[in-house]
Every structure is written in C-alpha cells, then in structure tokens.
Design a protein. Structure first.
Length: 274
C-alpha cells in the first residue's frame, strides 16, 4: 500500500502534535501499524530501536514516498524509553510540542488518534492517558498484574488521576516529559510508561483519562511481545521502590495538592471524555 492515498486522506499535517512509534523487532506488524496511524494522522514518526528483523527497512521505504512519515534509526537497542526520548528531542527541535505514543505491534487503536490529539489540543498542558478497554484476547495474568502497578502508581501520586499507568497509548506534552527524563537515568526501558505518568503528576501536570480498546494478537496472527514476566516484573518492582522513596519526600506537597483538589475540583483537570 503506497503513501499517496493516505496523504490525500489527511490534507493538513499538524505542526504541533505528532504520532511517535518506538519499535524493536515487531516484524510486519510495524508496517501495518504505521499505515493505520497514517490513515488517521500526519505526521507520524517511527523510532527503530536497533531492530534486526528488517522491519525498519520496510517503513524506511514507505517514508521515501510519504513526506509526512519519518523514520529515525538507532544503531543498537536502547529500550522503549530511550527510543521515545530520542524522538522527543528531535521532535522538539522541529517545533513540535506534543507527541502521541503508540506501540508498534498493532495493539493500540489507530482510529482513536484524532480523538486523543483533539483532547490534547484543547488541553495543551495536560497528559492525556489512555484507559484500556480489554476484550477476550487480553491475558488474565497481565491484566491482573497491571492492577497492582496501577494501585502503586496511584498511591505514589496520592490518587492524582492516573487511570492506567502502563497503557502506552497517550499524548505527552514534550517539554515537561523531556525535562523529567533528562534529570534522571531511569525511564529508559519497560519502566518508561508508569514512571513517566507518576513523575509528570509530581510536576503538577494534570491528567485526562480517555478510554480506548486494546487488542492482544496471538503469534499466529503476527503478534509480537518482548515482555518477560520475571525480568520486567523485577524492573517494575525496583521502579516502584524508587518512586515510593520519591513519594515520601514529596508527601507534604502532594497532600496539599490533594486537599486543594478536593475542595475545588476545577483546580485539577481529571475528566474522562467518552
């Protein structure tokens, strides 16, 4: 599928909001995801994070005929957070202020991109978080595990408005996220999504939670997952240990914000548009 009809479907490319897709060895799903994203938004950038499966070459070929598709290539795998940061730095250099991140494996709903970007454009200071709506394809173990991570993330922010800490389909204001990431050495791998949400809440960035469907593909459907239950759960445990220490140091400030928000709900944006 060439890029010409896709570009024609979106006459005006945004100069403030882009779609950023980090990818590592996601095979044919990467090209499918990029095509779907381009049907609904321009521009779309892909960060190929040291992939060795040839998927980067395919999307690079697509970009050659599509002025609204750009591919950034990292020579070695650095992790999701590092790939996102690389894209953020380059995007900010080109004048973009917001980035919608989505996974390259087809799990996230490309048709919801305009809705999420529209919410962000109407609320440019906010972090727009996707709240996943699971279907029968979702593994029970992973759904249960994310409930635990979500509970910790909400404790660490005194229930500051994080509907789901792990869902990577979200719109970030670039400047505060880049500042957070450049101030600490973490958030470079699988721990990126929850820590980014918590630390942005700590900075006072308001949250908006928007429901979005998520689909898990089986291997025979082309599904690709690099999640390792032992390694990545250990990474999340270490992350929440760090965040709890940071939470205790910030507790007076967070408590003050929480009390203020309870007294005046309009003081903190936490709506859930449908």
């Amino acid at each position: 599928m060439n890029a010409t009809p896709i570009a024609a479907a979106i006459p005006d490319a945004s100069t403030s909001h882009l779609v950023l897709i980090p990818s590592y060895n996601t095979g044919p799903k990467l090209a499918e995801t990029v095509r779907a994203a381009r049907r609904h938004w321009a521009p779309v950038w892909v960060v190929v994070d040291g992939s060795t499966d040839g998927s980067g070459a395919e999307v690079a070929g697509m970009a050659a005929g599509d002025p609204h598709l750009r591919v950034l290539v990292l020579p070695a795998n650095r992790g999701k957070g590092a790939a996102v940061l690389h894209g953020l730095v380059e995007a900010e250099r080109h004048g973009f202020t917001h980035a919608l991140t989505m996974d390259a494996d087809g799990q996230h709903p490309a048709d919801r991109i305009p809705q999420f970007q529209g919410v962000s454009q109407a609320n440019p200071g906010a972090l727009v978080l996707g709240r996943p709506v699971f279907d029968a394809t979702a593994p029970r173990l992973r759904v249960g595990g994310r409930r635990i991570s979500n509970w910790w993330a909400n404790l660490e922010t005194l229930w500051g408005g994080i509907g789901d800490s792990l869902f990577g389909f979200r719109v970030y204001p670039i400047a505060p996220l880049r500042a957070v990431m450049e101030r600490n050495p973490w958030m470079r791998r699988f721990d990126f999504d929850p820590e980014a949400a918590v630390r942005l809440c700590w900075r006072g960035v308001p949250t908006i939670n928007v429901p979005a469907p998520v689909r898990y593909f089986k291997p025979e459907e082309g599904g690709v997952s690099h999640f390792n239950y032992g390694r990545d759960n250990a990474l999340l445990t270490w992350m929440h240990t760090r965040l709890m220490l940071g939470f205790l140091a910030r507790l007076p400030l967070l408590a003050h914000r929480r009390i203020r928000s309870l007294r005046d709900p309009s003081a903190r944006l936490r709506s859930s548009p449908r």
